[in-house]
Design a protein around this ligand. Sequence first.
Ligand SMILES: Cc1cc2nc3c(=O)[nH]c(=O)nc-3n(C[C@H](O)[C@H](O)[C@H](O)COP(=O)(O)OP(=O)(O)OC[C@H]3O[C@@H](n4cnc5c(N)ncnc54)[C@H](O)[C@@H]3O)c2cc1C
Length: 236
Amino acid sequence: MKVVLISHTLDPEAIVAAAINQCYSAKSGEELKEEISSEKRERLIDIVMNSGHLSTIEHASFTFAVEGVSRITETQLVRHRIASYSIKSGRYNKTHTNFIVPPKIQENEKARELVEKFKKSLEKTISELEKLSFKYEDMRYLTPQGTATNIIFTMNARSLLNFFEHRLCLRAQSEIRSLAVEMLKLVKPVAPNIFKFAGPTCEIEKICWEGDLSCGRWKGIKGGELRTRNVKKSSD
Ligand SMILES: Cc1cc2nc3c(=O)[nH]c(=O)nc-3n(C[C@H](O)[C@H](O)[C@H](O)COP(=O)(O)OP(=O)(O)OC[C@H]3O[C@@H](n4cnc5c(N)ncnc54)[C@H](O)[C@@H]3O)c2cc1C
């Protein structure tokens, strides 16, 4: 996959720091944006990140262009509702011959051969349906979920932190985790004080909430713990 940060709020941490300070200051936002030093910026961002008053970081937005991710990853990505998405149309673009094959399948010679056979049979079916004058929008129902697509999407910093929390967790599927890894590499240099808090809860809070499904990584983290919310069982 290819992941590019194509745009972001100009000087995102200056805007966020001004927004935080606006809550306590009589000065105009314009003045605040100009006068806050980089040390004060870091201090202000630390305060909201630790207290959880995160609406102020919503002023910083980041737009990504992603090429060559599967429809499976697209489905998982768009579950993150606090975002804007534009996705290549599968009605008008022929996509059935270009699908993502997971590395584990690619590494196995026999499995690779089976996938090639499937690909050829799918191509043949589509071409025969074309001869019968079916529209691609109908034929695409036969395409695999691994079909590759391109997406442009925008998330604000708060939504991105939520995305990173869920999708950098080892329980997330590997393709979307790779996407999250690449996205974090791109946003960290642009807003380092915000995105130093990006990661799964085991890394950031030393707490794993995954219960029986936990990958167990918390055990290797100093002070790490596996916790459950205080939900009472009906028998309690
Ligand atoms: C490992 C893993 C496995 C998963 N498995 C499944 C699965 O099997 N089936 C499945 O359906 N999903 C599954 N998901 C998707 C998951 O349940 C979330 O839909 C997804 O991670 C998006 O998270 P979100 O809702 O926090 O994000 P967003 O939609 O971006 O929302 C961000 C935050 O805004 C608030 N919010 C947004 N919309 C509302 C609303 N309508 N009402 C109240 N608050 C709102 C919430 O606080 C939310 O956390 C899985 C996710 C992961 C990481």
